[in-house]
Write a new protein. Structure first.
Length: 242
């Protein structure tokens, strides 16, 4: 197995990592940046990741992403409607968003590069929607939905467990990526905006909240690709305590 690790400092610019023929660029952040040291406040997160092959071919396929989130972050799902993943199996993105509108917690886009035989490369894309999912084994879940139409229609409905943990990182999210175009495709871009404010029992609530206990919020990711490539690293973003 080929392994590369990088510590990605939280500057204003995107961070890049190259290993073999794989090049990965990622960045993200949250708002507002000014937070209480002790009290959790609602935040919104935006981030993206780009993957490409330095020789222009289809990059090694991303197979799994494991992401851990700082203990100064918190997830809130009490009273938030859930979406049954079975209701999304054949849905287009607009249909999925209509069927589970009250459970939407994030949106974004995906892009994949597909090469079949000697045919020219095809870029295929989709809207991405993140829904609050049913609890599994006591843990909350998120449901990811997307639908590509080239070279053929393929629906993606992925249940993502969100495991609460002890230690420096409060939550661990594990995303198993299905094959794209029968193994002929690979993700090249993903962007997300995550955040949802809602009311329950007369109180204002937020899907994600944070505090600025240590002047920085950290996220650690481990990415497993085809060809035995493993990339791991952390992103640190400063916050302003008040």
């Amino acid at each position: 197995m080929l392994i590369a690790c990088a510590l990605l400092a939280g500057g204003a610019h995107a961070e890049s990592l190259k290993f073999g023929r794989l090049s990965l660029t990622a960045n993200g952040g949250f708002t507002p940046r000014t937070l209480s040291r002790r009290i959790y406040s609602p935040i919104e997160f935006k981030g993206y990741i780009n993957m490409k092959s330095v020789d222009g071919s289809v990059p090694p396929a991303l197979q799994q992403a494991v992401v851990e989130f700082d203990r100064d972050g918190r997830l809130g799902t009490r009273g938030l409607p859930t979406c049954d993943p079975s209701s999304l199996e054949e849905a287009t993105p607009p249909e999925a968003r209509k069927r589970c509108a009250d459970a939407i917690v994030g949106t974004g886009h995906i892009v994949a590069l597909v090469v079949v035989g000697n045919l020219p490369p095809i870029y295929t894309s989709s809207l991405l929607t993140i829904f609050n999912g049913p609890r599994q084994e006591g843990h909350p879940t998120a449901i990811l939905h997307a639908r590509t139409t080239e070279p053929a229609v393929q629906n993606f409905v992925i249940t993502v467990p969100i495991e609460r943990r002890s230690g420096a990182f409060r939550y661990r999210v594990t995303i198993d990526i299905p094959t794209i175009a029968a193994g002929h495709g690979s993700l090249t871009h993903l962007d997300v905006e995550i955040g949802r404010r809602y009311r329950f029992q007369g109180r204002k609530r937020s899907y994600i909240s944070a505090r600025c206990g240590h002047n920085v919020l950290s996220t650690y990711g481990r990415f497993t690709f085809a060809e035995g490539i493993f990339l791991g690293g952390s992103v640190e973003k400063t916050c302003n305590p008040r």
